[in-house]
Write a protein that binds this ligand. Structure first.
Ligand code: ADP
Length: 260
């Protein structure tokens, strides 16, 4: 079933959307949603593109919190959902449509049904790029999404830690299997810089993602440190690229946006 050439594979190409980029990770908690949010806002603000953000993380949709989305999307005249705009990005989250406790046990086909609603059932208008915050992992739900949405590219987020990198490799394989070009690996939580003594501590190891990218012949997209303001920005619904656009971290996200 998981074959790009499978004739039964229906594509969900969405009219008006030029490119679809998926932000994926082999496992949860590595900063995939944080990356998707800061990337989407950077693409809108810094690159001046028309951007959409689709939260497809059925196991823990966090975009409503991170982007301060209030309420449920309204329906337009054509019964299509109108995305909620935040920081210049049109957002839709699976979290505002289904109960998380229900969705967590969904298999690929159920996820695809919901995804169909979230893509073609939404009045996205004209978009240069739609960023998708994928469910973590590399199971059949993730493969279905990668296969059916005609992705322009996939970005993999990983921490420098060995186990996370093993999972990142699975993510790379997943995209390759369904012929989705890989945009590169972004390392998150690369180091922690002590605000008092300025020394960097490599809590999860050093240089892991860069090495893995090199070994796999992939682009290395940069390092994002562990930083209180990234976490608090997410929790407060103000992404760091908005609250501190001139910080080194926001510059790093901006560079990722320009590279992809
Ligand atoms: P995932 O989508 O991979 O599950 P999240 O983006 O939701 O991960 O991040 C998990 C938690 O870690 C969140 O509370 C988020 O704010 C925090 N976090 C992510 N990246 C960083 C970072 N670079 N520095 C500090 N906190 C981070």
């Amino acid at each position: 079933v998981h074959n790009a050439r499978n004739p039964n594979t229906q594509s969900l190409k969405i009219e008006g959307i030029k490119d679809i980029i998926a932000v994926a990770s082999g496992k949860g908690g590595v900063g995939k949603s944080t990356t998707a949010v800061n990337l989407a806002v950077s693409l809108a603000k810094r690159c001046q593109l028309k951007v959409g953000l689709l939260d497809a993380d059925i196991y823990g949709p966090s975009i409503p919190l991170m982007m301060q989305l209030k309420g449920k999307p309204e329906l337009g005249n054509d019964r299509k959902m109108i995305p909620i705009e935040s920081y210049g990005v049109k957002c839709i989250s699976i979290g505002s449509l289904v109960d998380e406790r229900e969705a967590i046990v969904w298999r690929g086909p159920m996820v695809m049904k919901a995804l169909e609603q979230l893509t073609r059932g939404v009045d996205w208008g004209i978009l240069d790029v739609l960023v998708i915050d994928m469910p973590p992992g590399t199971g059949d739900a993730q493969i279905s999404i990668s296969q059916r949405l005609q992705l322009s590219g996939g970005l993999i987020v990983s921490t420098p830690q060995d186990v996370a990198l093993l999972d990142a490799r699975r993510g790379v394989k997943m995209f390759s299997k369904v012929n989705v070009p890989i945009l590169g690996i972004l390392e998150n939580m690369s180091y922690f810089k002590c605000p008092k003594c300025n020394e960097s501590s490599y809590i999860f190891g050093q240089g892991g993602a860069r090495k893995t990218a090199a070994e796999m012949g992939l682009k290395f997209l940069g390092e994002i440190p562990l930083e209180v303001e990234i976490r608090s920005g997410s929790d407060e619904g103000v992404p760091i690229v908005m609250s501190k656009p001139d910080s080194i971290i926001s510059q790093a996200y901006g560079e990722v946006a320009e590279k992809v």
